[in-house]
Design a binder for this molecule. Structure first.
Ligand code: ADE
Ligand code: ZN
Length: 344
């Protein structure tokens, strides 16, 4: 019997679709909620807090409510550092040597948390993760679609972070509900300026809405990769564009099942996307909220599609190639990957 779990864990991997706020575990959220006396939906307050009741949700609105409740638990620079450090430890335990982690400044600004406090916490957290776990984090600062006026302040946050911690920011992101109308003009301008500053364009698109949002991300925002993008198959011309221009998708199967994008992992379009020649890497999105982690994502697709070690190794290799990481780390991760033997 092949021990795929140990094999996947040992493969050096890059995690390219992961939200910092969405990576807070129930245990950590409980600690923070008690510390700051924050009420969690359906879970009470303080001593009575039971987050096992809070974490299940049935739709995107319930998911967002939980997401906002977790955000409210983050009140001091040390809280941001602590959740980053906790995430880094879990990434290390999964064989992840590099991660591009999305953080949403507007989510906290709107609660009165100032940029300097968030930056202080993230800088300390990123440093601790590198020193203690040898995991390199780079940040994607994302705009929420329904607040396009936050595009400029989010870009300003990204550039301020770069001044304090050079190399810490990898790009500008875009998330939130995709299926509601919004004004793209402020987004277009901010993404163009971000790219001119050397940052990458890393929007979510084609998750909760169809190909037109992916086209918009490509044509108007100059997307370097697409977060999710799994609805691309609805448009053959789009599939051809993604394949030819080699724009990778960050595919998060468990997230897609939990948010109703597809019915089950077995029905997930991942194999069809790969057969069409579109580049992919696996991501865990908001792992504790979706009852997963990156190792589980590899194992779940392996089981659903009958994929063995060569396919899983190729997915790990693709994650390294699609990452925007410093050349030295990519070189060492490639060498470490080549040194992992196939399981007996
Ligand atoms: N924010 C965090 N996770 C998200 C997702 N899967 N889709 C849109 N916005 C998000
Ligand atoms: Zn996401």
């Amino acid at each position: 019997m092949v021990d795929l779990d140990a094999f996947v864990r040992a493969l050096p991997k890059a995690e390219l679709h992961l939200h910092l706020e969405g990576s807070v575990t129930p245990a950590m959220a409980g600690r923070l909620a008690r510390r700051h006396r924050v009420e969690m939906p359906g879970a009470g307050l303080g001593e009575t807090l039971d987050l096992r009741q809070a974490f299940p949700f049935v739709d995107f609105a319930g998911f967002l409510r939980l997401y906002l409740a977790i955000a409210r638990c983050l009140q001091q620079a040390g809280d941001f550092a602590e959740i980053a450090e906790d995430l880094g430890r879990r990434l290390h335990e999964q064989g992840v040597g590099y991660a591009e982690v999305t953080f949403t400044p507007a989510l906290h600004r709107s609660r009165g948390i100032d940029d300097a406090m968030m930056i202080e916490g993230l800088v300390a957290g990123r440093r601790a993760v590198l020193e203690r776990h040898d995991v390199l984090l780079r940040w994607v600062f994302d705009v929420v679609r329904i607040f396009p006026e936050q595009a400029e302040p989010t870009l300003a946050f990204a550039l301020a972070m770069e001044r304090v911690d050079p190399g810490a920011t990898v790009g500008l992101g875009l998330a939130g509900p995709e299926d509601r109308p919004h004004d793209v003009a402020p987004l277009v301008e901010a993404f163009a300026r971000a790219r001119a500053e050397g940052l990458r364009s890393l929007p979510h698109a084609g998750e909760l809405a169809g190909p037109e949002r992916i086209w918009e991300a490509l044509r108007k925002l100059g997307a370097d990769r697409i977060g999710h993008g799994v609805r691309c198959l609805d448009d053959p011309a789009l599939v051809e564009f993604l394949r030819e221009r080699e724009v990778p998708l960050e595919v998060c199967p468990s997230s897609n099942v939990c948010l109703g994008v597809c019915g089950s992992i077995a029905e997930h379009p991942l194999p069809r996307i790969m057969e069409a020649g579109v580049a992919v890497s696996l991501g865990s999105d908001d792992p504790p909220l979706f009852g997963t982690d990156l190792v589980q994502e590899y194992l779940r697709v392996a089981e659903a599609f009958g994929w063995g070690p060569p396919r899983l190794r190729a997915l790990a290799a693709a994650s390294i190639e699609h990452a925007f990481m410093p050349a030295e780390r990519a070189t060492s991760m490639r060498a470490a990957l080549a040194a992992i033997p196939d399981p007996e």
